[in-house]
Design a protein around this ligand. Sequence first.
Ligand SMILES: NC(=O)c1ccc[n+]([C@@H]2O[C@H](COP(=O)([O-])OP(=O)(O)OC[C@H]3O[C@@H](n4cnc5c(N)ncnc54)[C@H](O)[C@@H]3O)[C@@H](O)[C@H]2O)c1
Length: 419
Amino acid sequence: MTAMSSSRRDEHASPVRPDPTAAATAHEMAATASEPEHQLVWTDPVTGARGFLVIDTLVGGLATGGTRMRAGCTLSEVADLARGMATKTAAFGLPVGGAKGGVDFDPRDPRATEVLERFFGAMRPWLDHHWVTAEDLGVSQSALDEVFARLGLEQSFHAAIRRSPNPTATLRRVHAGLATRVPGGQLLGDVIGGYGVARACLAAAHALGWEPAATSVAVQGVGTMGGATAWYLHEAGVRVVALADVAGTLYRSGGLDVPALLALRDRYGEIDRTRVPDDVERRPREAVLSTEADILVPAAVSYAVDADTVGDVTALVVVEAANSATTPEAEAVLTARGVPVVPDFVANAGAAAWAWWLLQGHVGTEPEDSFRRLRTEMETKVAALLVEWRTTRVPPRRTARLLAERNLRALAGAEIVIP
Ligand SMILES: NC(=O)c1ccc[n+]([C@@H]2O[C@H](COP(=O)([O-])OP(=O)(O)OC[C@H]3O[C@@H](n4cnc5c(N)ncnc54)[C@H](O)[C@@H]3O)[C@@H](O)[C@H]2O)c1
């Protein structure tokens, strides 16, 4: 640990008395969660794989949420994620409810695309009328586009676009937005979520009085979310000291050369170890959680920080890029230790918010317009959460949830306008 982070750790043991109800917050929220509006369980007739669709809330008859594929995916995981999506769209004031799809199958299996096609085929009525989906863990946007094309669906925004008075023009506009590339050549839609997480980290650092150059971050996962998060943090001058993928953790105390390491990834977000420079230390996979960094960004699997692993976490702030990255039990422990958790439904909402802004014509093909809008919204929200945390020790999740509830009430009965 550097001298700076030692003193930062001392300062962090703030004199503000913890909110006595804080530790119960996450449990409380899980316990009071209402039943989803719809949930469907599907069994693949060929492989026996199970798939799930959970529509947590419909706003104006629409719900949005990505589709994940991983061996071991469960209905309760998908329901949890759908609830998170509903809170996410509400936190950003988007006029759409929350949903999630999931398939219990290994995305590396050569039959994965066929399984996905059969799953979406079975979910067709929902895709036609109510559910707007997107990529998620184990399902890339290109795999999704391929499957949708095979099913004769134009793309995964179908249910919303068909409500436009001129669907052809809307489709053309949305396609142009989705095809927008950022300097470096990546699709804006692939990096905007990670950009939002990076801005959430920078806003948290700012709220705590840390300069970017004096802030260190450890990122678990270097796929779509983790990769872009690390990229934009590095670009902002933050020291990214650890990056983990499924094969292990890469560590360098002075900061990793993020662009060079990301260039070594395969399509599953795994870094080619044969080409990693010698000055980068190789550590076990779970070591990313105990890396001494100011901010920990879990950006890989759900429940990465749980009752078993929370004791390993040494970061002063956790910013959730992965959905449900922290279990309620673990969050209660972190809260009691004075470590704020910026919740997934705020920190990783960038991609969902951007897709909706694109559909509604609020952003177009100029990447800076999208970056500016997200930066402003994210920084305002995270600053408010952290101010509340610093002054009253109310956990950011609770403050953010109150914001989402307020927005949802304001959205009740709102007309969804897709130009
Ligand atoms: N892609 C999006 O637009 C998006 C948006 C919001 C939230 N999320 C959430 O972010 C998380 C990651 O999604 P993604 O799209 O980046 O996935 P991805 O498949 O692109 O990448 C996953 C990354 O995690 C790594 N990984 C997997 N298991 C790991 C483990 N046990 N330890 C360390 N690394 C591990 C993989 O090697 C890979 O680098 C998921 O929880 C997803 O729900 C994604």
